[in-house]
Write a protein that binds this ligand. Structure first.
Ligand code: NAG
Ligand code: NAG
Length: 357
C-alpha cells in the first residue's frame, strides 16, 4: 500500500512537472521563429561589440549605453572583460560612441553594468546616472554617478546595497537617491533560478528604495525585467519577460503601486523605454528563449523591436518595427527613441542605430 502511494505520488509529481515543462516551452517561446521586418537607414555602431544592454537618452540627445554585462547563464563574447558605459551624441551626422571615463575610487575591474536610469535635478540640471551593477555573479548593487558633460566623466557618488535589492535587473530613478527597481528572480542561486523559471513561480517583484524607506511595492511577476515611468510620472510600466506582458501600475503619493492593466505580447519583452514626446512604449524583445539560453553562432538569437501606442486606451496598438534573425543583430534588449533616431541595444552583441522616417 505504501509502495502504491509512493508510485502514485511520483506519478502525480511527474504529471505536474510535465505540465509545467509544456507551459514553460510555450512561455519561453522555445521554438518561435520570426518573420523579418526591415527598416531602412540602419547601421551598427562602431566599437560596440560586447553588448549594449541598456540605453538611456538625455533630452539633449546624448545617449548612455551599458556594455559588457556578465549575467548568470548568459552568453558573452568577452567574459573576462570589464563592463563600460559608452556615450554617443545623436546630434552628430556620423555617430561615434566613446567610452566614458569613470572617476577614481570605483572598482572598474568588476564592473558589470545592467539597467540604467537618468535623473535630472530640476534645480541645478545635475545629471545623475543610476547603474545596476553585478560585481559578483550573484550580487547586485545600484551605483549612482554624476555625469559631468564638460569633462566627459562619470563621477562615482554612491554604491547602494540592500537585502531587498537581491537580484536587480533594471531601475527607474525618481529622486537623486531614490528609485524603483525590479528583482528578476527570487533565488540568487543559478540552479534554483532555473527551477524557479521552469515551475513558473511568480515570485519576483518591484522594490521602492530611498535612503529612509525601502519597500516591496508590487509582486507576482514571473520575471520582472524592464521598468520605466510614463512622461506624466503617474504610471510605472514593468516588463515581465517570461510572461510576455507589459504591466501598467499606478504610482501613489506614498510610492506604492497598484495594477491598472496588463498587456499581453508574443515576444519575451526585455527593457522598456518611453518616447519623451509621444509617450509610446518601446521595447527590445527576444523572439526565442531557447536560442538565448543556448548560444549557437550558426543559429543565433534574433532581435525584435516593438512599439506600443496608446497603452492606456482600450485598444493599444502593438507594432513590430524591426525584426531580424540574428544575421545583423542578436539578443536585443532595449529600444530607445529620440527625435527620429532609434537605438537598439543587445545583451552581448552590437548596437544598432536607425533613422526613422
Ligand atoms: C534590459 O534587459 C536586460 C536583459 O534581461 C535587463 O537585464 C536589463 O535590466 C534591462 N534594462 C532595462 C533598462 O530595462
Ligand atoms: C498608499 O496609498 C494608496 C492610494 O491612496 C492606498 O490605497 C494604500 O493603502 C496606501 N498604502 C500605504 C502602505 O500607506
Amino acid at each position: 500500500m505504501g509502495k502504491l502511494l509512493k508510485v502514485t505520488l511520483v506519478g502525480v509529481f511527474l504529471a505536474f512537472l510535465g505540465e509545467r515543462i509544456v507551459r514553460f516551452t510555450h512561455r519561453a517561446n522555445l521554438f518561435r521563429e520570426i518573420e523579418p521586418v526591415e527598416l531602412p537607414n540602419c547601421h551598427l555602431l562602431d566599437g560596440i561589440e560586447y553588448g549594449s544592454e541598456d540605453i538611456e537618452i538625455l533630452p539633449n540627445g546624448l545617449a548612455f549605453i551599458s556594455s559588457g554585462l556578465k549575467y548568470p547563464g548568459m552568453f558573452s563574447f568577452a567574459p573576462s572583460r570589464p563592463g563600460e558605459i559608452f556615450l554617443v551624441d545623436l546630434n552628430e551626422e556620423n555617430l561615434r560612441p566613446s567610452t566614458l571615463r569613470i572617476s577614481r575610487g570605483f572598482d572598474i575591474s568588476t564592473f558589470s553594468p545592467h539597467g540604467l536610469s537618468i535623473y535630472i535635478d530640476e534645480n541645478d540640471d545635475t545629471v545623475y546616472l543610476f547603474v545596476v551593477n553585478h560585481p559578483h555573479i550573484s550580487k547586485s548593487t545600484v551605483e549612482i554617478f554624476k555625469f559631468s558633460e564638460d569633462e566627459n566623466v562619470l563621477v562615482h557618488l554612491k554604491t547602494i546595497k540592500h537585502a531587498s535589492l537581491y537580484n536587480v535587473n533594471d531601475i527607474v530613478a525618481v529622486g537623486p537617491e531614490s528609485f524603483y527597481a525590479t528583482n528578476d528572480h527570487y533565488f540568487t542561486d543559478f540552479t534554483l533560478r532555473f527551477v524557479e523559471m521552469l515551475l513558473g513561480l511568480r515570485w519576483t517583484n518591484v522594490v521602492y528604495y530611498s535612503p529612509s524607506d525601502v519597500r516591496e511595492v508590487a509582486t507576482g511577476f514571473h520575471y520582472a525585467n524592464g521598468i520605466a515611468m510614463s512622461n506624466n510620472r503617474r504610471f510605472i510600466y514593468v516588463a515581465d519577460l517570461s510572461d510576455k506582458t507589459i504591466n501598467v501600475l499606478e504610482k501613489h503619493a506614498n510610492w506604492t503601486l497598484s495594477s491598472v492593466k496588463v498587456l499581453q505580447l508574443e515576444a519575451l519583452v526585455d527593457n522598456l523605454s518611453v518616447d519623451p514626446v509621444t509617450g509610446d512604449i518601446w521595447t527590445g524583445a527576444h523572439p526565442n528563449g531557447l536560442k538565448l539560453l543556448k548560444y549557437n553562432a550558426e543559429n543565433p538569437p534574433g532581435a525584435e523591436v516593438i512599439r506600443v501606442q496608446n497603452i492606456h486606451s482600450d485598444n493599444p496598438i502593438v507594432t513590430t518595427i524591426y525584426a531580424n534573425d540574428g544575421s545583423v543583430l542578436q539578443a536585443s534588449t532595449c529600444a530607445s527613441v529620440w527625435e527620429k533616431n532609434l537605438l537598439v541595444g543587445t545583451i552581448f552583441h552590437k548596437a544598432l542605430h536607425c533613422k526613422l522616417e
